[in-house]
Design a protein around this ligand. Structure first.
Ligand code: ADP
Length: 265
């Protein structure tokens, strides 16, 4: 608690009364801690790829340049690690804009399955390489009013995770439907699953169940935080059901700003 004492003066030089102000600064302190933790985490996370880039470049400069095979191998690592850095910086910037609500959004009528098809195209190479069976189920045509790019980002992050954290030959299914006054989009996989005690933590910045695995699949640990913030800014929410070795079901709930189906305006 912060205390501030303000004297009240009458006719004379001596105060005739005092006002005591008590400030509850718990929340301010908490926010400060969140911020300093974030800076510490960012520095730590950025250091890993930077160390790799520096180390491999140094080794090349020290003479490994002659062997062409080694050269290609090291340059590939340098390229991949700098791509990771790039993605991470973009994610960090986006997250900070979202948290400060500095993202402008332009709502339009969006057919959800169209966005899913675009995402499928983006991920196609990975889906085919890993022999993932990707299915979309939509009993009724569903449209919602939302910023298209933001919806795409949410679904891309969830579907990319489902593909990444599923074994080769696994299944990823997206269900699109209406329940009450909400559009409900579930991204289900039959992959590695998430332990119960970590299910709420995975929405925190940089939190990963398995760091090595996340890094291998190119993850930054920021995807789900971005999802959570976009949904919060759109009056939506996300729920999770998951069981280790059985798979996960991330379900997005969004209010229809205007309702749905067929023609009409
Ligand atoms: P990352 O870039 O590491 O994927 P995310 O914020 O998207 O970061 O996810 C945080 C962590 O949650 C992941 O590292 C992973 O451990 C876990 N996770 C996310 N989606 C899934 C999923 N579909 N199946 C299993 N684990 C998941």
């Amino acid at each position: 608690i912060d205390v501030n004492v303000v004297p009240i003066f009458g006719q004379t030089d001596l105060p005739i009364n005092y006002i005591v102000l008590l400030y509850d600064i718990t929340e301010i302190r908490r926010l400060e801690k969140v911020r300093t933790d974030f800076v510490a985490n960012v520095s730590h996370e950025l250091r890993t790829p930077i160390t790799a880039v520096k180390g491999f470049a140094e080794t090349l400069l020290d003479g490994a340049l002659e062997d062409e095979e080694v050269l290609v191998e090291f340059l590939t690592i340098i390229y991949n690690e700098s791509s990771r850095l790039d993605t991470m910086v973009q994610d960090i910037l986006q997250l900070s804009k979202l948290e400060q609500r500095k993202i402008t959004s332009a709502a339009e009528r969006v057919r959800v399955t169209e966005v899913i098809e675009e995402i499928k195209t983006i991920l196609l190479q990975k889906i085919e390489l890993r022999k993932i069976q990707f299915k979309v189920k939509e009993p009724e045509p569903l449209e919602i009013e939302i910023d298209r790019d933001q919806l795409k980002q949410v679904l891309l992050n969830l579907i990319a995770n489902a593909v990444s954290y599923t074994h080769d030959g696994g299944e990823v299914t997206v269900y699109v439907r209406q329940i009450g006054h909400e559009a409900v989009i579930s991204v289900k996989d039959n992959g590695v699953g998430i332990p119960k005690d970590q299910q709420s933590r995975i929405f925190e910045r940089f939190y990963r169940v398995d760091k090595a695995r996340s890094r291998n699949v190119g993850g930054t640990g920021l995807g789900l935080s971005i999802v959570k913030w976009i949904l919060e800014n759109n009056n939506g929410r996300i729920t999770l059901k998951s069981e280790v070795k059985k798979g996960s079901d991330f379900t997005v709930w969004l209010p229809f700003k205007q309702i749905n189906n067929t023609n009409g305006d």
